[in-house]
Write a protein that binds this ligand. Structure first.
Ligand code: SAM
Length: 328
């Protein structure tokens, strides 16, 4: 059960999509005067070293954050035909002409990385980008005194790292870390005291049952507290459960009369290939998505600007593309 360690994947292309979206959400939701409760059901270790053993072994950050930062910036791609039945804000492929700079959401993401990596901020040299923030650190950066952050992590080692990393922040009881099942624990926090909450659900999908648990957990959460913002990351892989999850979340949002947004980023083909010796090469994660129930009205425009840049910079073959759908 516990073979997944996010440290192997920190800073990969899925993290770029996930964390850029998370920053845009946190930035908007913490602007209001009323207290916000943020619940991160699958928190991970909180902080990762990009020059550490795990990250260096997998090399996934090379196809994510390092690739993003090492290429010249390029702009929005031409639109592709939209999937039927939904309002589609945009779809696109890669490789357009030169652009003036980063989309604001990507700029915020890079600024956050700069804040954690002073030497990188000073030199702009990606060799100096050594620390990568997980979702807990991203969320914490935006909190003000009245807000609360609840973090859940089951893996014993990651829980220990997370607890130590959060303790170093010296933020006291504003951030609570628990070694509990995040799917179960969520129930006890909804509805939140000030009736404002964002829930981030980011399982490893190591077990097939995670797909069903996400859908059930989100349905229960929306029933308990209909106006919360619910955010789910999911992998796009050739597996029926993975394929069904965004569809189930969409049905859930529509039935509950809630607005929704679904952003997906593909960086390469999901097809198996063979090397010169005939050995089968698995492509690794080709694509992932973020599904948001009750998204802020600003999110669509933020992602509409950022996704084409992600495609252009992170795309590895001609299958690179994005979709951005919304409804409600
Ligand atoms: N959200 C993190 C981020 O963006 O930096 C990454 C989280 S990682 C994809 C998923 C984490 O969930 C792993 O660290 C795993 O140990 C943990 N986990 C798995 N099942 C869990 C459960 N039922 N409750 C809480 N944590 C769980």
């Amino acid at each position: 059960m516990f073979s997944y360690r996010h440290a192997f994947h920190a800073g990969n292309h899925a993290d770029v999509l996930k964390h850029t979206t998370l920053i845009a959400l946190m930035k908007y939701l913490t602007q209001k005067d009323t207290a916000l409760t943020v619940i991160d059901t699958h928190a991970g270790a909180g902080l990762y070293r990009l020059d550490g053993d795990y990250t260096e072994t997998s090399g996934e950050a090379q196809e994510g954050i390092f690739r993003l930062l090492s290429e010249p910036k390029t702009p929005a791609a031409p639109a592709k035909k939209a999937p039927a039945g939904t309002k589609t804000a945009a779809t696109g492929t890669a490789k357009p002409a030169a652009a003036p700079g980063w989309a604001p959401a990507l700029q915020d993401y890079i600024d956050l990385l700069r804040g954690l990596n002073p030497q990188f901020a000073e030199t702009g040299n990606i060799a100096h980008l050594k620390i990568y923030p997980g979702s807990p650190f991203i969320e914490q950066q935006f909190l003000s005194g009245r807000d609360k952050l609840k973090l859940f992590e089951l893996h014993p080692t990651d829980f220990k790292s997370l607890s130590g990393n959060i303790e170093q922040l010296g933020v006291g009881r504003q951030v609570a870390v628990s070694r509990e099942d995040g799917f179960e624990a969520l129930k006890t926090f909804l509805p939140p005291p000030a009736r404002r909450a964002m829930v981030f659900c980011d399982p490893s999908y190591e077990m097939k049952s995670d797909y069903g648990r996400v859908a059930t957990c989100m349905a229960d959460a929306v029933k308990r507290f209909a106006t919360g913002t619910y955010v789910v990351w999911y992998p796009i892989i050739p597996r029926p459960e993975a394929h069904d999850l965004p569809r189930k979340l969409k049905t859930l949002a529509v039935k509950a009369s809630r607005s929704w947004l679904n952003a997906a980023l593909t960086v390469k083909s999901s097809k198996l290939t063979t090397d010169t010796s005939g050995e089968v090469i698995r492509p690794g994660l080709p694509a992932s998505g973020m599904f948001v129930i009750n998204p802020p009205h600003t999110l669509k425009a933020e992602l509409q600007a950022a996704l084409p840049q992600m495609v252009a910079l992170l795309g590895q073959d001609r299958n690179a593309s994005f979709t951005l759908e919304h409804g409600g």
